[in-house]
Ligand binder design. Structure first.
Ligand code: ADQ
Length: 453
């Protein structure tokens, strides 16, 4: 069995999801350590290797300038907004573009010596799109796959990116390119055929350009079902659920859990909740909304703005609707463990997942996974989350419409048990079976098979 090499822009939840695959394949995880090297020039730190729980992690630090131009700059102020269809927030700076290419070259330089002849290489996400091409330019002939965790934008938006062609040509140096949904894959194929004149086979996803063929395919990511259920069995999960229930008393708890990111539709969500209270004032005492949203990427201006906007909106609704003994919105600016989240999800009878655009959205799947099958809660889910394609029996909403959100909340509050169970039964199978282990197996199996026949 060839060893697998994983690579990602930063360690995080994804590292956990891939741990078991790396363990099975005796792989190495390679990526940014998340730390700054302390030098203010453009030199990147030494590689540092650690072994934990059967998985070897090789990481490098980045310099202050690298983090500024590559991570906060091109990755999070150019690619992230553009790929989430937010041209209004997309910054186009030559310097950050150069930083992105420079750091990808550094990653290639650092990781190349760790790669052996038969290894599979699996590159993750928008931070590292050119990495495969940089490795190829060093003579690597290994099978190299890439997975994009976020959406792929429509061609008409994507062409606003300076040097868009150069970026996509680097993607066509991979053997296999994975997307979360068939929709994102379709947009990618459209770009390749319309803008690059590549030969595209819609059926197989084969994209041929300059004599090289890349396969583009959808692999919807799932949760780590076994681990999440095990977390749900812990005392920590039970206590978290009890804490929430005892604080809400007879009111129905509705929960939202997100990174504080403009793609998650948080201010729009507040507008929908405000509209619900306006339309159904007699229900104010029936509902308490808990929003858990730890800040992220605070070095990027648009992220600071979204935080201020959200605080204002939540404050306005609370100011207008609170009583001395009751506050309708609890807004919590911190993260919780998966065990605690499991407890909160199970105690909350409505889950609100309303991104304006999302590659997949694992919170939607975690919410359903945490429900009591005998008395499940209702998931309200944005039509613009990748997850909506797999979970059409949720209450699907348009997150831009406050009325749509308000009526969905009203419907969820009064939904009879039989209908809640029917929707839960129609959804739980995909959440349980299309899990992260299957996702990794499917991708690794396809990557292994590339060129085999
Ligand atoms: P995110 O946008 O970060 O990542 P999302 O799917 O919303 O992804 O959540 C990822 C994980 O973070 C979940 O396990 C969730 O429990 C945890 N998390 C989120 N908010 C939290 C909070 N407030 N406290 C504690 N934990 C929290 C990207 C893409 C998604 C895609 C994932 C995986 O944007 O579309 O689903 O990668 O591919």
């Amino acid at each position: 069995m060839p060893k697998a090499r994983g690579a990602a822009g930063a360690q995080g939840g994804l590292a956990g999801a891939l741990n078991s695959a790396l363990r099975d394949h005796k792989g190495i995880w390679f990526g940014w350590s998340g730390a700054e090297s302390g030098e203010d020039d453009d030199r990147t730190g030494e590689i540092s290797t650690q072994s934990h729980d059967g998985v070897t992690t090789a990481t490098i630090d980045l310099s202050h300038r690298d983090i500024d131009e590559y991570y906060n700059g091109y990755a999070n102020a150019t690619l992230w907004p553009l790929f989430h269809f937010r041209l209004d927030l997309t910054e186009y700076e030559r310097e950050t573009g150069k930083g992105y290419e420079r750091v990808n070259e550094r990653f290639a330089e650092s990781v190349a010596p760790l790669i052996e002849q038969d290894d599979l290489v699996w590159v993750h996400d928008y931070h590292l799109i050119p990495l495969g091409e940089r490795l190829r330019s060093r003579g690597l002939k290994n099978r190299i796959g890439f997975f994009l965790h976020i959406p792929w934008p429509p061609t008409r938006l994507f062409v606003s990116l300076p040097y868009h062609e150069r970026l996509v040509r680097t993607m066509l140096q991979y053997d296999l390119v994975g997307f979360q949904t068939v929709d994102w894959r379709e947009s990618f194929l459209h770009y390749c055929s319309e803008e690059l004149g590549a030969e595209v086979d819609e059926e197989t996803g084969a994209v041929t350009l300059d004599g090289w063929t890349t396969i583009a395919k959808a692999y919807p990511i799932g949760i780590d079902w076994d681990d999440f259920q095990a977390q749900g069995e812990t005392g920590e999960a039970r206590q978290a659920g009890q804490r929430l229930l005892s604080s809400t008393r007879r009111r129905t708890a509705m929960i939202g859990v997100d990174r504080l990111d403009y793609s998650k539709g948080l201010p729009e969500r507040m507008d929908g909740i405000g509209r619900f209270f306006d339309q159904f004032p007699e229900r104010v005492r029936d509902l308490v909304f808990i929003q858990i949203a730890p800040p992220s990427r605070e070095d990027v201006e648009s992220y600071r703005q979204i935080r201020t906007e959200l605080e204002q909106k939540a404050g306005q609704i609370n100011g207008a609707r609170s009583e001395v003994d009751m506050v309708p919105i609890r807004y919590v600016n911190r993260g919780y463990s998966h065990a605690e989240l499991f407890g909160f999800f199970r105690a909350a009878k409505i889950g609100l997942v309303t991104p304006l655009r999302d590659g997949m959205n694992l919170v939607a799947k975690e919410y359903v996974a945490a429900q009591d099958p005998l008395d499940p809660g209702v998931l309200i889910l944005s039509q613009f989350a990748g997850a909506a394609l797999q979970m059409p029996e949720s209450l699907i909403v348009n997150p831009h419409s406050p009325d749509d959100l308000a009526y969905a909340i009203h419907t969820a509050l009064d939904m009879p048990l039989a209908e809640r169970q029917r929707r839960y039964d129609a959804t739980i199978e995909t959440v349980r079976d299309d899990n992260v282990k299957r996702w990794t197996e499917d991708f690794v199996t396809d990557l292994t098979a590339v060129g085999a026949g």
